[in-house]
Design a protein around this ligand. Structure first.
Ligand code: F3S
Length: 776
């Protein structure tokens, strides 16, 4: 039932409120008459609830906004993926409103297991997740949220095709939400509790980010692709390099990129910790993309705004706009990169990867090449890969590694199916998985005989490569590369194969085959196919008569009980549950894979809390000792302490909670009794999530104090209660009594809490505060 004439339903609810944004920008100009604005600032500030309060109060008359002002923002839209939507909706429900205050969408993509191919995997996953999908669909219909059913596609691809637009500001309950920056939107990944702010029309707070410019020069050619821009940048800036920044791409090189290529680059801005990333409205890329996705009217409005002269142009940075920092990348000189294993900032140029494989004793062969996902499944990506597969097929070659293709959306799948690309992949032995996250989020039943704990390698065009991310095996080394490189390398099955310089033996043993550089097409000449009509979203009309489907006996969904408020005084008698050694991502705190099943059931999913953490005391994963010396898993000890009424804290190193927007990583510790996380530093989204759930994030004033703490040490706060009644940034003390000696000492720690955040913590959670307010 493919059709090339699909028309996006209801373009009006998908058009940014341009007149309102332009009026707001006018007001911002009045308040900041002499300041040049970057594009990111123009869009953000035009979404301020009260520009005067956000820009002038608490700053030096608007001269030091970045890194200082607290922006209270009113986003235009919210997008949620199925795993995080459950908790967002359970939280929204407690506010008792008839509909969402802004347009919103739900995308069923994270819970579909990749195993035997889309035709089998999709029905199996729908059957396995029925009660969750029923819950999400019933809540969507009740509150007027567009519901994209399982099979319709991955959130970020669906958002790019339907909702992203120049000048839009949206929140998404997924850390790769910045993908929409490829179409000129400010799109920020948040936890469900933040999404609830927007859904109930409460202003959403963001510390005004700094702005890092990335100036692109030259032009991509040959094997180099948009993916290599961000793989290279991740190597340069590291996983912490974007923290507190919006990355704004500009310069003449932008003109040579496609809209979907820009989206790939913005998508992986999450890997450097950036608040978000954005490209300015680029007519050569954005107008054709908007037209081909049936949004010509948005293209026209955006083009008219971008062409308007003067300071009220919402879609182009001011000529004198200053960046806090700038990186220059010459696209003409950029070579393909391979990042990993285990961290996205370990970046190796292709030309020296062979040497790196041998120097690091990485496996010389790899078992699977996976292309697609929300990051890299555009028409350009697919057709460029197709050109390589065609060359190899013509030479009689088949991939040596298993080859998987994950289309990002039904629209892409149907289009490449219509245009023969899919058949090329399948004839070569590729397996097309469902339009869903699948192996990118651990939803992968590997059938190639690699056992858990076995060293092995895979190549993917995805964005994440933490240990255990794809197949639950922490020894699987996931190397990230462009889909083109993954495809070509799959024909060798060797990690030290360089398709730019090396050849492959022909099947008859006589002669060799050499790949020509990939070639593709940005947009399908026959337009996008609409695909299966069953994969269209429900309309955005609330229906009060709908009952929300939650079975009280369910082990996957549980109505939320409010957390208890902060005590009227200092926190005393807490103990250190675990002193985490090294990296602690949101995957470490709340593992994905099979646990995704329990996202809507807080007590059940809490059984995975911190199971990936290495204890600095025992030097072992998920192994801690109680005060009596008995050994436990981390969730076991947390549960024992919860039952005994023993509050606890986590001690950790740098960038605690890096990786994703997963609010369960804050909710679960809170549910089990955490009151404080004390770290050397935090990842931004996670730090906010902790505050929203009533956990106090503190950082060491002197990092050396990390060494002085151990598991089971008793901790009390000194001065924190006063801080919570006023907010701000500064220092307080923790008083530590060692559990194994009589030693007692003070540790100075830093806090950074807005007044609203203090309100959340005192009320017990942001939600407690919101429902207190909505009850008047
Ligand atoms: Fe899904 Fe992986 Fe993207 S989990 S949303 S495909 S990062």
């Amino acid at each position: 039932s493919d059709s090339t004439t699909a028309v996006a339903s209801d373009v009006s609810s998908r058009t940014p409120p341009y007149p309102k944004l332009l009026r707001r920008l006018h007001e911002v100009r009045r308040l900041l008459p002499t300041r040049s604005l970057t594009l990111a600032e123009k869009i953000l500030f035009s979404h301020l609830d009260n520009p005067e309060e956000s820009l002038l109060e608490g700053t030096n008359n608007g001269t030091d906004i970045r890194g200082r002002a607290t922006l209270k923002l009113k986003p235009d839209r919210v997008a949620m993926q199925d795993a995080s939507a459950q908790m967002a909706l359970l939280q929204f429900m407690t506010c008792n409103l008839p509909s969402t205050a802004v347009p919103a969408s739900i995308h069923c993509d994270h819970m579909i297991v990749g195993e035997k191919g889309a035709d089998t995997d999709l029905p199996n996953s729908i059957a396995g997740n029925k009660e969750v999908y029923d819950f999400l669909e019933s809540a969507a219909k009740k509150y007027g949220i567009e519901f994209w059913p399982p099979g319709a596609g991955i959130i970020h691809q669906a958002v790019l095709e339907n909702y992203a637009a120049p000048g839009l500001m949206m929140l998404g309950t997924d850390s790769h939400t910045p993908n929409a920056g490829g179409l000129g939107a400010i799109a920020i990944g948040v936890g469900g509790a933040d999404a609830v702010d927007a859904l109930v029309d409460a202003p959403w707070e963001l510390k005004a980010p700094k702005v890092r410019g990335v100036r692109l020069e030259g032009k991509l050619s040959g094997w180099a692709s948009p993916k290599d821009v961000i793989l290279h940048l991740a190597g340069k800036l590291t996983v912490r390099g974007g923290t507190g920044y919006i990355v704004e791409y500009h310069g003449p090189g932008v003109e040579s990129l496609s809209c979907t290529g820009m989206a790939t680059i913005c998508n992986m801005g999450a890997e450097i910790g950036a608040t978000t990333s954005i490209f300015q409205f680029t007519p050569s890329a954005h107008v054709p993309y908007l037209h081909s996705t049936h949004r010509g009217s948005i293209a026209e409005q955006a083009a008219a705004i971008a062409a308007s002269p003067g300071p009220h142009n919402l879609l182009v940075a001011d000529s004198g706009a200053e960046y806090d920092d700038e990186v220059v990348i010459n696209l003409s000189e950029l070579e393909p990169h391979i990042n990993g294993p285990f961290t996205p900032d370990l970046s190796t140029p292709l030309s020296v990867f062979k040497a790196a494989v041998s120097a690091n004793h990485w496996p010389e062969t790899f078992g699977a090449g996976l292309i697609g996902s929300c990051t890299n499944s555009s028409y350009a990506d697919m057709t460029r890969c197709e050109s390589l597969v065609r060359q190899a097929s013509a030479a009689g070659l088949k991939p040596k590694a298993d080859f998987f293709i994950t289309p990002g959306s039904e629209q892409i799948r149907a289009t490449v199916d219509r245009d023969g690309t899919m058949q090329t992949f399948e004839q070569a032995g590729g397996m097309v998985l469902a339009n869903a996250c699948g192996p990118c989020i651990g939803q992968w039943s590997r059938t190639d005989g690699v056992s858990k704990g076995e060293d092995n390698a895979i190549f993917t065009s995805y964005n994440r490569n933490f240990p255990g991310r794809n197949d639950g095996n922490r020894k699987t080394m996931n190397f990230l590369a462009s889909p083109e490189l993954v495809t070509a390398m799959s024909y060798s099955g060797r990690t030290d194969f360089n398709p730019v310089t090396d050849s492959l033996p022909l099947p008859d043993g006589k002669g060799v085959f050499h790949f020509d550089p990939p070639q593709g097409t940005d947009l399908p000449s026959a337009g996008f196919a609409a695909g299966n009509p069953l994969f269209q979203p429900t309309p955005p009309t609330p229906d009060d008569s709908i009952e929300i489907a939650i079975d009280p006996a369910s082990d996957r969904l549980a109505v939320l009980e409010p957390f208890e408020p902060f005590p009227q005084g200092e926190l005393t008698g807490m103990r250190v549950l675990v002193k985490v050694k090294g990296q602690c991502t949101t995957d470490t705190i709340s593992a994905a894979g099979p646990w995704l099943k329990y996202k809507g059931h807080l007590p059940n999913i809490s059984e995975n809390t911190l199971i990936g953490a290495i204890s600095a005391d025992t030097e072992a994963v998920n192994t801690v000792t109680d005060v009596d010396g008995s050994t436990h898993t981390i969730p076991e000890l947390a549960t024992l302490w919860k039952e005994a009424g023993q509050p606890w804290i986590v001690v950790a190193e740098h960038n605690y909670g890096e990786g994703s927007a997963r609010e369960h990583a804050a909710l679960q510790p809170r549910y089990l009794g955490a009151r404080i996380v004390l770290a050397k530093s935090f990842a931004r989204i996670h730090e906010t999530n902790l505050k929203k759930q009533g956990v106090v994030p503190l950082t060491f004033a002197d990092e050396a104090d990390y060494e002085r703490l151990s598991g089971c040490d008793e901790v009390a706060t000194e001065g924190l209660y006063d801080v919570l009644r006023n907010g701000g940034a500064g220092e307080v003390n923790l008083v530590v009594k060692k559990s194994k000696s009589a030693e007692e000492f003070s540790v100075p720690v830093k806090f950074n809490l807005s007044k609203d955040q203090c309100g959340f913590i005192l009320a017990g959670s942001a939600l407690n505060l919101l429902s207190q307010r909505s009850k008047g």
